[in-house]
Design a protein around this ligand. Structure first.
Ligand SMILES: Cc1cc2nc3c(=O)[nH]c(=O)nc-3n(C[C@H](O)[C@H](O)[C@H](O)COP(=O)(O)OP(=O)(O)OC[C@H]3O[C@@H](n4cnc5c(N)ncnc54)[C@H](O)[C@@H]3O)c2cc1C
Length: 504
């Protein structure tokens, strides 16, 4: 296999990967490896915005408190404090990069989302992620020290004597070893593990699979966030209707028109996401309906068009007018709180390997993520990693242990992935049971066995992504079975005593 050397290798071109790339470009040459187009990422789809205590009536302490409440106090308190204290600087950094945020009278316009005690969501209409990605991709393209390799799929991390020394990638069918002083894993989320997800096609848990295969510590994958309001439409891909719509006054109704959140939580539609998603799950099961409805018909068309232009236009293409029609919605997988364990410098348990963004478990989210804390997390921890890697000096690596991968025919991978998605949705989704989780684990074992026994095929991205999904799914299901306490995003009907002690 061909070898190339860079000072730093970054896997992923979302906000986490590109923030790190820009920051370390001052220290050396950087390769950004990304498996599709540069902008294909969860970052590109983020709607609501970025949480930061920047208004007069707000403070990092309030942001910290809200983050800890959302995470049921299981968060890592140092990580939370670090995150919220760095938020304002992160926004300034993005503005300096050329990101355009909405403003009023020369002040940032701040939105409100569930779980936040103040208006603190910095945004660009309802396409904040698109704007952030636009600005950061442009900065990366203008940076002579960064080389971006698109359509470059990382199949394995390379190690030498226990240290991560690079990435084994496939580019247009050719294998290449990218060797570096430090590797940043910024591969994003794992939504494609479930039947309904807000995540784009690239969210296939690759970082969890890559980390797993070299023995990186991975935890809390059972804390899987389901977004309550995604469009339910048989022909269209799941489409997120941002929480900001509920923040602006949108209400949830069942098929009878009843505002059912009155039966579940005093905070109604603005209760934390896990509570709203579970209430919806229960309401759909109770009435045996396929979906529920988001009602914005009492809001002015001017407000809806101005605040939510993307959603408004998208819904119009399927003849839904937000000021006249109820929007059919279902909860869908949205965000993974757990992942590859990192410290405040984004260091993983493997020397030389750093992780940031959705793939990482920094500890800031605990059992549940506060809305709009994830883009912030990606910036803050990638920036701290860029300072930490200054210590990764010495000669560039030249040696690595053998790395092999195994693809299967795409038709077989499609079959395995469908089984996995169905089983994860039923057995390890919003509401779990011990029996369902045990069944899920044995199906996952069987799927991996099948994967390894099906005859080999030439390199296929879909196939290798499916293997990553299978390996990551095992962390979700086993983590859920081991956690003997209903907390945050984890809810198991067989746990009778809520104060029972977790085996973790
Ligand atoms: C619809 C939607 C709305 C959201 N809204 C918000 C919001 O308002 N506020 C907020 O804070 N968060 C929001 N989030 C969450 C947030 O967008 C993500 O958590 C965040 O963008 C993750 O950034 P990242 O850089 O870690 O990963 P991503 O942006 O997903 O980037 C991952 C990158 O890794 C690449 N990659 C993956 N595997 C490989 C591989 N094997 N080889 C090479 N490249 C690979 C991908 O192609 C991609 O470029 C939203 C998410 C979604 C889906």
């Amino acid at each position: 296999m061909d070898q190339v050397q860079f000072d730093f290798v970054v896997i992923g071109s979302g906000l986490a990967g590109l923030t790190f790339a820009l920051e370390v470009s001052q220290l050396g040459r950087v390769a950004v490896l990304t498996k599709a187009e540069v902008t294909d990422s969860n970052t590109q789809w983020a709607q609501g915005g970025i949480a930061a205590a920047v208004s007069q009536d707000d403070s990092w302490k309030l942001h910290e408190e809200d983050t800890l409440v959302a995470g049921s106090g299981t968060n890592d308190s140092d990580a939370v404090r670090f995150l919220v204290q760095e938020a304002s600087a992160a926004i300034d950094w993005l503005v300096n990069l050329g990101t355009r945020f909405d403003s009023h009278d020369a002040q940032l316009a701040l939105g409100r989302e569930g779980g936040h005690s103040r208006n603190r969501i910095v945004h660009h209409a309802d396409k904040t992620g698109w704007e952030v990605e636009r600005a950061i991709v442009q900065a990366v393209r203008n940076n002579p020290n960064i080389e971006v390799f698109d359509h470059t799929f990382v199949v394995n991390l390379l190690t030498h004597e226990g240290r991560c020394v690079g990435a084994h990638a496939v580019i247009e069918g050719e294998e290449r070893a990218f060797l570096a002083r430090a590797v940043m894993l910024a591969t994003g989320g794992c939504g494609r593990m479930f039947q309904h997800t807000t995540n784009p096609r690239v969210a296939t848990a690759d970082g969890i699979g890559l980390g797993h295969r070299i023995g990186a510590e991975i935890t809390e994958m059972e804390f899987m966030q389901f977004h309550p309001t995604t469009l339910f439409h048989p022909q269209l891909r799941s489409f997120l209707i941002t929480e900001a719509v509920r923040g602006a006054g949108g209400t949830l109704r069942n098929h009878l028109g009843r505002r059912f959140m009155y039966d579940y939580d005093l905070r109604l539609e603005l209760a934390p996401r896990d509570i709203v998603a579970r209430a919806m799950d229960s309401e759909m099961k109770k009435h045996e309906t396929w979906c529920l409805y988001l009602d914005t018909t009492h809001l002015s068309p001017e407000l809806l068009k101005a605040e939510f232009p993307t959603i408004y236009d998208r819904l119009q293409t399927i003849d839904i007018e937000m000021e006249k029609d109820w929007i059919p919605v279902v909860p869908a997988q949205h965000y993974s709180c757990g992942g590859v364990v990192t410290d405040l410098d984004a260091r993983t348990s493997i020397p030389g390997l750093y992780a940031s963004g959705e793939v990482a478990r920094t500890g800031v989210h605990g059992a549940n993520r506060l809305a709009s804390n994830s883009l912030l997390e990606a910036i803050v921890f990638s920036k701290s990693a860029s300072k930490a890697v200054e210590s990764e000096s010495g000669p560039l690596p030249t040696k690595f242990e053998p790395s092999r991968y195994r693809s299967i025919p795409e038709s077989e991978a499609i079959r395995l992935r469908r089984i996995l998605q169905k089983q994860m949705t039923q057995g390890a989704g919003i509401v779990r049971t011990d029996k369902g989780l045990r069944e899920t684990i044995s199906i996952i074992d069987k799927l991996e066995e099948d994967y390894n026994s099906i005859h080999r095929a030439p390199f296929g991205r879909y196939s290798l992504e499916t293997l990553n999904l299978i390996q990551a799914a095992r962390y979700v299901a086993t983590g859920a079975l081991e956690r003997r306490e209903n907390i945050g995003l984890h809810y198991n009907l067989d746990i009778i005593d809520p104060s029972s002690v977790s085996t973790k």
